[in-house]
Design a protein around this ligand. Sequence first.
Ligand code: B1M
Length: 214
Amino acid sequence: MDSFLERCTQSVLEGEEEQAEDLARQALDLGYPPLAVIEDGFIRGIRKVGELWEEGTVFLPELVMAAGAMKKAMAVLLPALGAGVQSPAQGHLVIGTIEGDIHDIGKTLVATMLEANGFRVTDLGADVPVGRFVDEAEACGADGIAISALLTTTMSGQRRVVEELKKRALRPRFKVLVGGAPCSQEWAEQIGADGYAGDAVAAVALARRLICAG
Ligand code: B1M
């Protein structure tokens, strides 16, 4: 791997907030495409920490520090993803991480990529109650709801959003898009969602297919 990107990975692995932020700035100065630095540099670091944590080699404080470093880098790089975008709104999505789940790094990246590609996005944040996804989608007249879940224990909330929409007779008016590490296309089909996306680029393609084509 490119040694600069390797340093980005390492800064997250070591939970070095200042260094991660500084490297993110340097990346932009050096002309690296922001999404490439996020995916091939910083995300590699946070995923590696997750693996080490699962193996029992690192502990929760290190995971928290790594997430802190990741967030500092993202704060520099995310605005650059959407820089200069002036395309008219292609559709409107409400997005959030499902209740009980505070993982918001991937969700925020997906939200930014959707915006950078011309979608209007209402980001509800993390730990969002099932009913709030539906209330907000109705209130702002969105076309779809994108739900992130990172825990096997919280992904069932995605199913409850679909059920809530059915209960309020709002299907198929609002499209439902799901994503997050434990999710899959099979899961989306099982819960009656309209589609699954494995990463932020795929989320944009899915939103285009479901919303712009529909
Ligand atoms: Co947590 N955590 N964590 N964690 N954490 C995971 C998810 C875990 C897999 C780690 C592991 O075991 N290897 C594990 C879950 C295991 C499971 O459920 N089977 C886990 C656990 C157990 C926990 C706690 C329970 C730990 C504890 O307290 N004992 C706790 C839960 C807290 C809670 O939510 N209630 C917890 C806490 C935390 C931190 C706070 C320390 C921190 C989160 C900080 C934050 O987000 N603000 C954290 C982190 C950083 C992780 C890992 C290491 C990295 C997550 C991340 O940011 N990835 C993670 C391990 C892993 O995922 N490999 C882990 C980078 C991000 C860009 O990718 O989020 O996958 P990701 O998003 C991608 C795609 O998934 C997709 O696109 C994104 C961009 O490519 N995507 C979507 C995501 N959402 C989408 C929505 C869409 C479409 C695509 O809509 C259409």
